[in-house]
Design a protein around this ligand. Structure first.
Ligand code: RP5
Length: 174
């Protein structure tokens, strides 16, 4: 059963949003990764939200650039959590998409993540955290992934400290 829907406003958004799909797949979350536009295909967007929600979809991730109304349009049609990823797709460097995504009227929230790939990744992690509220197996997988992040930082700290020690020894010997 599809638990997370990832909507992009255009196929040109696919590259920026691929990391989102990769994380959902890694966590074993069933998802749909597709294109639908608030402006170009409003009927398709509405139909997808209605059908996916009826099938049990729990979280909607919406990514768009420019006048990024996709997340808002989805939030207007569901009370499931909607996460928005603003994309830098115009000469305004994503500020247009950020403002369009984040400034929702009261009662129709869009949980807005960072721009571009950083937001794409965190939208997947946030969706997983939402699903993990009622899925203990997924909650454990998230804890395991956190342990991996911690181990990576600790390993990097050892390497950086060793590099510094070596540099100091070299400078002393000169
Ligand atoms: C938005 O306009 C899309 O999400 C995309 O980021 C941007 C440009 O779309 P294309 O003209 O490349 O289809 O709706």
């Amino acid at each position: 059963m599809i638990k997370v829907a990832v909507f992009m406003g255009s196929a040109s958004d696919e590259d920026l949003m691929k990391p989102c799909a990769e994380i959902l797949a890694k966590l074993g979350i069933e998802y749909l990764f597709t294109v639908t536009s608030a402006h170009r295909t409003p009927e398709r967007t509405e139909r997808l939200v209605t059908e996916l929600e009826a099938q049990g979809c729990q979280v909607f991730i919406c990514a768009a650039g420019m006048a990024a109304h996709l997340a808002g349009a989805v939030a207007a049609r569901t009370t499931k959590p909607v996460l928005g990823v603003p994309l830098a797709a115009s000469p305004l460097s994503g500020m247009d998409a950020l403002f369009a995504t984040v400034q929702m009227p009261p009662g129709f929230p869009v949980g807005t993540l960072a721009l571009d790939k950083a937001g794409a990744r965190n939208a997947a992690w946030m969706a997983a955290q939402i699903l993990a509220l009622s899925d203990s197996g997924l909650a454990q997988r998230l804890k395991d992934e956190r342990a991996g992040f911690i181990a990576a930082v600790e390993k990097a700290a050892v390497t950086v400290e060793e590099n510094d020690t070596a540099r100091r020894a070299k400078n002393k010997g000169q």
